[in-house]
Design a protein around this ligand. Sequence first.
Ligand code: ADP
Ligand code: MG
Length: 262
Amino acid sequence: MTNTQLPAIITSTNISKHYSQTYALAGVDLTIGLGESLAIMGPSGSGKTTLLHCLAGIIRPDEGNIRLLPTDRSSAAEITSLKEAGRTALRREVFGFVFQQGLLLPELTAVDNVALAAMLAGMKRPDATEHARAWLQRLGLAEHLSKRIGQLSGGQAQRVAIARAQVTQPVVTFADEPTGALDSATSTEVLSELLASTTGRGSTLVVVTHDETVAARCSRIVRLADGRIVSDSANQAQQAEPTRYEAPAQHVQSNQYVQNNR
Ligand code: ADP
Ligand code: MG
């Protein structure tokens, strides 16, 4: 199913995934556009997380394939045929992740959490630290750079998670219930930062959410039921996103997911 006027960045063709007798995904065709904000909705157990994990190369579907199309910052890849090392490089260099909680290391400071992600993508420590500080400042955390994650509020920790995801300037950011643990005012702010830092610089956001107010701010909504897409629509009523900002200086990609698979 396609529903976008934008150039495609990821296409999945007939992907399925089953666990013993249960189909978590039962034949999903989805083309995701560069620069769109795509909300994936559906009841609990409908396959949202499984779909996100397949698209992001975290798990491999049993059938079907997923293709990453080339951009000026990343090479094309058949995600489903990449070896583990290639998928790891892809996740580190080309994709960004924000989850409901976790991924952040509680014993490290905010700066070190973000800098670590940059170093895993190939940046040297001084650059990584500088980029980490710039992103955290951009996200309103200038006062909290040296605090450990455990000393931050839930909303502040999610801002660190956004900085951690964006410090490599990913082409696609995947978020699974990123506001699920936040109160509604904090959720609104965190989603604004997530949209601005992704679609605001022309990259793609794929966000799994239960929250209709989150989906209402995305440009497209896909609904799943029993592992299938049951609706896919452009969100004509998308609320305006006034916050736009320039990302800190561009990190040049090394495309190791290609090198690792030669
Ligand atoms: P959602 O994110 O929409 O709540 P999931 O993608 O997590 O749904 O799960 C879809 C279905 O696949 C559910 O029935 C779930 O129990 C099953 N499932 C997901 N992951 C696993 C797993 N690792 N092992 C067994 N079953 C799983
Ligand atoms: Mg889920």
